[in-house]
Design a protein around this ligand. Structure first.
Ligand SMILES: [Zn+2]
Length: 398
């Protein structure tokens, strides 16, 4: 059993911390979420919604029922109990149809702001680009957010998680100023209290952060993972990124007065890269790197973005954020990587590979020479993975 206590706010040194005691079979852990003091009035202590969402996937995985000491918004509890939990547990071996005990209350309906996360990646800039000065002024952004609920700890261990966090927060300040939008910088111990794989649960941790500021938001755009809606899937949902079923989860997490969009799911990552290629803010601040706080040019995300921009003929637009000269000198290496990803059935990169096939890019002829070698290497590795026992595979890896 996991019990969610009553949240409370502590203010110190111009920061406000919203705290909540969680009891894991009587083992108490305090989950906190911090904002600048000026946003403290938006921290929600009247409902347990944020904590229920934040703990939900973990509780289903550990087969722990949930008891909540404070009311849950009626619509949210209905959606989670009757739609989300039964749907997920039905198609995931490791997730259980747990029992949730809570009193209900009416939606707060207090929010009037419109926000999105500002990670400065392709999805993030696409979400921003589509919601500033749009033809729907009532749906345009009023705030950007940068949260620390798991994404930073996934990578950057070599460069230093804290160093990257500090440098990215500073850069995001510049982006918000450049776009003339308010930036809410938050911090949390979420990933220390609720230890889960970020890739498979990022929707829950991100929506936890949205709901903590439940009294601020009317609309929130959660930039999708770069897969379009055709990838929606519940089968084995415990083994894949939570982005695959956001059409369902974000629908369940939306309540009267707070709509959370699975933003950008009508587009592929290629579409979004094409969209932001002429966006000044993206040209100045795009950051996709898995290694450090600037773009390294060589990690898989940097490679994917560079080769996409090259095929779109937009490379030079991004000379402030990538080492374009290095790319041009090593172009073939990037295209060999693209072909390798195509052979590995990387569905995110496939539209880019198809673009290469259609293009008149001279690199195609050069790549032709290397294709048989790359093909043999990738396929023999696949075969080896299938036939070798796990013990030998581990030795090879070491
Ligand atoms: Zn990189």
């Amino acid at each position: 059993m996991i019990r969610i206590g009553k949240p409370y706010i502590e203010t110190k040194n111009k920061k406000a911390k919203c705290k909540c005691d969680l009891f894991f079979n009587n083992n108490k852990k305090t989950l906190w979420f911090e904002v600048d003091e000026k946003y403290s009035k938006y921290l929600c202590i009247e409902r347990g919604d944020a904590y229920l969402i934040g703990i939900l996937h973990y509780a289903m995985e550990k087969n722990e029922d949930i008891l909540v000491d404070i009311p849950i918004t009626e619509d949210l509890l209905y959606n989670i109990r009757n739609i989300l939990v039964p749907s997920l547990s039905k198609y995931a071996k490791s997730l259980n149809n747990i029992k949730i005990t809570a009193k209900t209350a009416k939606p707060l309906m207090l929010g009037s702001s419109i926000g999105t996360g500002c990670s400065c990646g392709v999805d993030s800039f696409s979400a921003i680009y589509n919601h500033i000065n749009s033809e729907y002024p009532g749906l345009d952004l009023t705030h950007l957010c940068i949260n620390n609920v798991g994404a930073f700890n996934e990578s950057y261990s070599k460069y230093g998680v804290e160093k990257v966090k500090k440098e990215r927060y500073e850069k995001t300040d510049e982006v918000a100023q450049y776009l003339n939008l308010d930036l809410i910088k938050t911090d949390s111990n979420y990933q220390e209290v609720i230890k889960e794989n970020h890739y498979r649960t990022h929707t829950y941790s991100s929506v936890f952060a949205i709901y903590i500021l439940q009294k601020l938001w009317k609309v929130y755009y959660y930039a999708s993972s770069g897969y379009d809606y055709s990838h929606f899937n519940l089968i084995d949902n415990d083994k894949h990124a939570s982005g695959y079923y956001e059409l369902l989860s974000l629908q369940c997490f939306s309540i009267p007065g707070l709509k959370i969009y699975s933003e950008g799911g009508e587009k592929t990552r290629l579409d979004k890269t094409s969209e932001i290629a002429e966006f000044n803010a993206a040209q100045k601040y795009l950051h996709v790197c898995l290694n450090k706080s600037t773009n390294c040019n060589i990690c898989s995300k940097c490679k994917r973005t560079l080769v996409t921009l090259d095929l779109l003929n937009k490379l030079d637009n991004f000379k402030e954020v990538f080492d374009i000269e290095y790319y041009k000198k090593n172009r073939l290496m990037y295209y060999k990587w693209l072909y390798k990803q195509h052979l590995k059935n990387d569905s995110m990169i496939e539209p880019v590979y198809q673009l290469l096939k259609l293009s008149k890019n001279e690199i195609k002829r050069e790549l032709l020479l290397y294709k048989p070698f790359i093909f043999t290497k990738v396929k023999s590795y696949d075969l080896m993975k299938k036939v070798l026992p796990n013990s030998i595979k581990t030795k090879i890896k070491k």
